[in-house]
Design a protein around this ligand. Structure first.
Ligand code: HEC
Length: 92
């Protein structure tokens, strides 16, 4: 299941989006342009504030997760901010 998710290519990201910030490629393997039919929620065009809040909650354990709790621990607030802004700017 995880392997299958990871194979979703970052190349499927919406064209014309600005270059992803550092670390974003660690997300786009799972949170790609087309997440339909998978358990991964889409982040495209989402309010960056919501993405940042979710990442904080995953990190401190207040939000249940299968994988995001571990992933969130590997990113600083600044990195998450940049990634969230980038996802938010992509038109779904
Ligand atoms: C291994 C696949 C995978 C990777 C890599 C990954 N995610 Fe996730 N993400 C998920 C899954 C699955 C969920 C659903 C919650 C869970 O089960 O952990 C999720 C949920 C989320 C949510 C909550 C969205 C919502 O609508 O509820 C956010 C925000 C998020 N991820 C951000 C990120 C960011 C930012 C990165 C990169 C730093 C990232 N994810 C990397 C699989 C992944």
């Amino acid at each position: 299941m995880l392997l299958m998710l990871l194979q979703v290519s970052a190349a499927t990201m919406a064209e014309g989006a600005s270059l992803p910030p550092a670390g974003a490629s660690a997300c786009s393997g799972c949170h790609a342009a087309n997440t339909a039919g998978t358990l991964v929620p889409s982040l495209l065009g989402r309010n960056p504030v919501d993405i940042e809040a979710a990442m904080r909650d995953f990190r401190n354990g207040s939000r249940p997760a299968t994988v995001m709790d571990r992933i969130a621990k590997g990113f600083t607030d600044d990195e998450v901010k940049a990634i969230a802004a980038w996802y938010g700017a992509i038109k779904p």
